[in-house]
Ligand binder design. Structure first.
Ligand code: HEM
Length: 615
C-alpha cells in the first residue's frame, strides 16, 4: 500500500506540473501575441504587401512540429490556407513555383510571424539588389549545418567568408577549366560503360554522384584516379587498411545524415545503440580521417618540396594548406586546421552534389524528349565530326557546345531544376535599416529581416519565361503534354515545360528548328536566371560545373541515346500508349518524385536504358 503522504506529494507534483504548463503556455502565447503585434507594426513601415503566418518558418519548433501540423493544415478547406500555408512549406518551394506569388498578386511581399519578418521575392530587380548590394548579408546560422568539421565559406559571413573566397578563388582559372573538360570526358566514358549495364537506372543518381565526386577530387585535391572510379562505379570500392568505408561511402553516407550529425551531440552519438546513428557516426569519423590524411600527406609533400604530382602544384588543396602554413600580420596562421578541413569538406560537398543532380535531370529530360535529344546529337555531329573524345578540348569545343543545343539543354534544365530553390539573404541584425526598391518605390527593411530569393518562382515568372506550349510541342515533334498538365501531382510540370529552343535566338527560328550550328544564344535579363546565385556570394564553381556537365553530356550522347523503358503492348496504338505511359511515369518522378534536402534531386528511379545511337 502506498503511504498517504507519498500520494499527496505526487498529487502536489502533478498540480505544480499542470500549473507550470498552463503558465508556460500562457506566457508563450502572450509573448507570441506581443511579438506578432510588434512585427506587424514593423511590416507596415516597410510598405509592401504582407501576410501573417502563425509560425516562424526558420525556427526549430516549426521544423519539428511541421511533420504533425502540416497534414492537419492540409486537411482543412483549401480556401482557409492557400494564401499562407505554401509559404511555410520549405521543402515544397520548388514544387509550388510561381503559384504563391500569383495568388498574392505580388512578386515581393513580407511574411510576418511571431519569430520575425521574411521577405519573399522573385522580382528580378529585387534579386539583383539583394545579390549585388554588399550591405545585405547572408544568414550564416541557417547554413551552419555545413560547419560540422570546421567553419566553411558557405556557413559564415562577412570578413571570414571573404577570407575563404580570397584564398580559394584563384583556383577557378582557365587552366583549371581545361583540366576539368579533359577529366570530365574521361569520367563520362567510364560512366557510360556503367550505364550500359542492365538495370543501371536503379543507380543512376549514385553513379552520377560517384562520377562527379571523383572528377572533383582529381581536379581539386589531386586525389583518386580513373581506376578508383571504375571500381566505385562497379560498387567494388577500394577500402584502405584501417578503414571500414570507402571515401565515397563515407562522404555520401555523411551527407545523407548531415542533420543528425549536426543536431545530436558527438558524445551521445558515440554511445548510441541505434545502428543507423552508429553508421552516421562512422561516416563522420572516417570522412574526417580521410580529410586529415589528405591534408597531412600534402603538408609533408609541400614541406619536402617533393610532390611528384604535377597537378598538385596548382590545385585547391595547395592553396588551403599554404594558407594554413603562412602567417598573417598578427603572426597567426591565415587559416587554422579546422578552417582548412572545413573548406575541404565544403568543396567536396558543394563541388559535386549539384553537378550530379543536374546530370541526372538532363538524362531524364532527354529520355522524355527524344526529338530534342536527336537534334542535340546532330549538333554534336556537326561540331565534333568523327573525332575521338580524347581529342576534344576546352579551348576548341567548349564555347561552341555551350552556344548550341548542348548549352540550351543545360541552361533549360538549370532553369527548371533550380538545384537550390531558395537563396537566403538578410539585413544584418544590429546594423542599420536597408532599403530595397520595388517598382520605383523605396522600402526600408529593419535589421534582422530575412530575404528569400525564390529561384523556382523566378525561373517560372510568366513575364520573363512565358510558356510556349504550341512551339514546344511543334519543335519537339512530340505528342502534346495535355495528359500531364491537368495532373496536380505533376507540379511544377518541369518535363512538360522543357523548352531548350527558347535559348537559341528566336530571331533565327529556322536555325532553331533545324537545330545544329546555331551560334546566337539567348541572354536572360539580369536577375531572371540565377541558378548559381550572383554577386559577391555567387557560386565559385559555376564555370567548373558548366564545363564538367557540358563535357559529360557531349561524351554520353555523341555515340549513345537514352530511352524510356516501356511496357510491351501490341500494335502501333499499343506502342504509342505504352510510350506515353512511360513518359507520364518519368514526368512524375521529375515532379512528385523530386525532393529538396541538401539540394534538389530526383529521388525516384525511372526505367531508362542507354543504347547505341540508331541514326
Ligand atoms: C550545377 C552545379 C552547381 C550549382 C547549380 C551551384 C549553385 C550554387 C548556388 C546557388 C550557390 C549560392 C548558395 C547560397 O547563396 O546559399 C553556390 C555557392 C557555392 N558554390 Fe556552387 N553550384 C554548383 C556547382 C559548384 C561547384 C562545381 C563548385 C566547386 C567546385 C561550387 C562551389 C561553390 C561554393 C564554394 C559556394 C559558396 C560561395 C559563398 O558562399 O561565397 N559549386 N553554388
Amino acid at each position: 500500500m502506498l503511504d498517504v503522504s507519498v500520494l499527496e506529494s505526487m498529487s502536489q507534483l502533478a498540480t505544480v506540473c499542470l500549473w507550470t504548463t498552463c503558465i508556460g503556455s500562457a506566457l508563450l502565447g502572450l509573448w507570441s501575441a506581443i511579438s506578432l503585434l510588434h512585427h506587424v507594426r514593423l511590416a507596415r513601415t516597410i510598405g509592401l504587401p504582407f501576410v501573417i503566418l502563425p509560425f516562424w518558418l526558420l525556427g526549430g519548433p516549426w521544423q519539428l512540429a511541421q511533420f504533425i501540423v502540416v497534414p492537419v493544415l492540409k486537411a482543412l478547406p483549401e480556401r482557409l490556407t492557400r494564401n499562407w500555408l505554401p509559404l511555410l512549406l520549405f521543402n515544397e518551394f520548388w514544387h509550388n513555383g510561381y503559384e504563391p506569388f500569383q495568388r498574392l498578386q505580388a512578386d515581393t511581399f513580407v511574411a510576418v510571424s511571431p519569430g520575425g519578418l521574411i521577405l519573399y521575392t522573385c522580382d528580378p530587380d529585387v534579386n539583383v539588389q539583394l545579390f549585388r548590394d554588399g550591405n545585405f548579408g547572408k544568414p550564416a546560422e541557417l547554413l551552419s549545418i555545413l560547419n560540422v568539421f570546421g567553419p566553411t565559406i558557405t556557413g559564415t559571413d562577412g570578413p571570414e567568408s571573404r577570407l575563404y573566397r580570397k584564398i580559394t578563388a584563384p583556383f577557378f582559372s582557365e587552366k583549371t577549366l581545361r583540366r576539368v573538360f579533359v577529366q570530365s570526358v574521361s569520367a563520362a566514358k567510364i560512366l557510360l560503360a556503367a550505364l550500359l549495364r542492365p538495370d543501371a537506372h536503379h543507380q543512376l543518381r549514385t553513379l552520377s554522384a560517384r562520377v562527379s565526386l571523383n572528377t572533383l577530387s582529381q581536379i581539386t585535391f589531386s586525389y583518386q584516379t580513373d581506376a578508383d572510379l571504375v571500381q566505385a562505379l562497379a560498387f567494388q570500392d577500394n577500402i584502405p587498411d584501417g578503414k571500414t568505408l570507402s571515401f565515397s561511402q563515407a562522404l555520401h553516407g555523411l551527407l545523407e545524415n548531415l542533420g543528425v550529425i549536426f543536431i545530436v551531440p558527438r558524445w551521445l552519438l558515440r554511445l548510441t545503440p541505434f545502428r543507423s546513428l552508429q553508421h552516421a557516426t562512422a561516416c563522420y569519423s572516417e570522412l574526417g580521417s580521410y580529410m586529415n590524411q589528405l591534408r597531412g600527406a600534402r603538408e609533408a609533400a609541400l614541406s619536402e618540396k617533393s610532390s611528384s604530382s604535377t597537378h598538385s602544384d596548382e590545385d585547391l588543396l595547395n592553396l588551403l594548406i599554404q594558407a594554413g602554413a603562412s602567417s598573417n600580420d598578427h603572426g597567426k596562421p591565415v587559416l587554422t586546421n579546422a578552417q582548412v578541413i572545413g573548406q575541404i569538406f565544403l568543396f567536396m560537398f558543394a563541388g559535386h552534389e549539384a553537378n550530379a543532380n543536374l546530370l541526372v535531370s538532363i538524362i531524364l529530360l532527354l529520355a522524355c524528349h527524344p526529338q530534342i535529344q536527336h537534334t542535340m546529337q546532330r549538333d554534336l555531329d556537326h561540331l565534333l565530326g568523327q573525332t575521338s573524345p580524347d581529342t576534344w578540348s576546352y579551348d576548341d569545343h567548349y564555347s561552341a557546345l555551350m552556344h548550341g543545343t548542348v548549352g540550351a539543354v543545360i541552361n533549360e534544365t538549370l532553369r527548371l531544376f533550380t538545384v537550390i530553390p531558395v537563396l537566403p539573404k538578410c539585413v544584418p541584425p544590429g546594423g542599420p535599416w536597408l532599403s530595397i526598391t520595388v517598382k520605383g518605390q523605396r522600402h526600408p527593411l529593419p535589421p534582422g529581416t530575412i530575404a528569400l530569393v525564390n529561384t523556382s518562382a523566378t525561373h517560372r515568372h510568366p513575364e520573363h519565361w512565358p510558356k510556349r506550349p504550341a512551339d514546344v510541342d511543334q519543335a519537339n515533334n512530340s505528342s502534346s503534354w495535355s495528359d500531364t498538365r491537368n495532373d496536380t501531382r505533376q507540379r511544377p510540370h518541369a518535363a512538360a515545360d522543357f523548352d531548350p529552343w527558347r535559348w537559341l535566338d528566336a530571331a533565327s527560328a529556322e536555325a532553331t528548328q533545324t537545330g545544329p550550328g546555331s551560334t546566337k544564344f539567348f541572354k536572360p535579363r539580369a536577375g531572371t536566371f540565377i541558378p548559381f546565385s550572383d554577386g559577391s556570394r555567387g557560386c565559385l564553381g559555376k564555370r567548373f560545373a558548366l564545363v564538367e556537365v557540358c563535357a559529360m553530356v557531349a561524351t554520353l550522347f555523341k555515340t549513345h541515346s537514352v530511352e524510356l523503358v516501356t511496357d510491351s503492348k501490341q500494335g502501333v496504338d499499343g506502342e504509342e500508349e505504352a510510350w506515353l505511359e512511360a513518359r507520364r511515369r518519368a514526368a512524375l518522378a521529375l515532379s512528385e518524385g523530386t525532393k529538396f534536402d541538401t539540394s534538389l534531386r530526383v529521388a525516384r528511379a525511372v526505367p531508362i536504358r542507354f543504347v547505341s545511337r540508331r541514326d
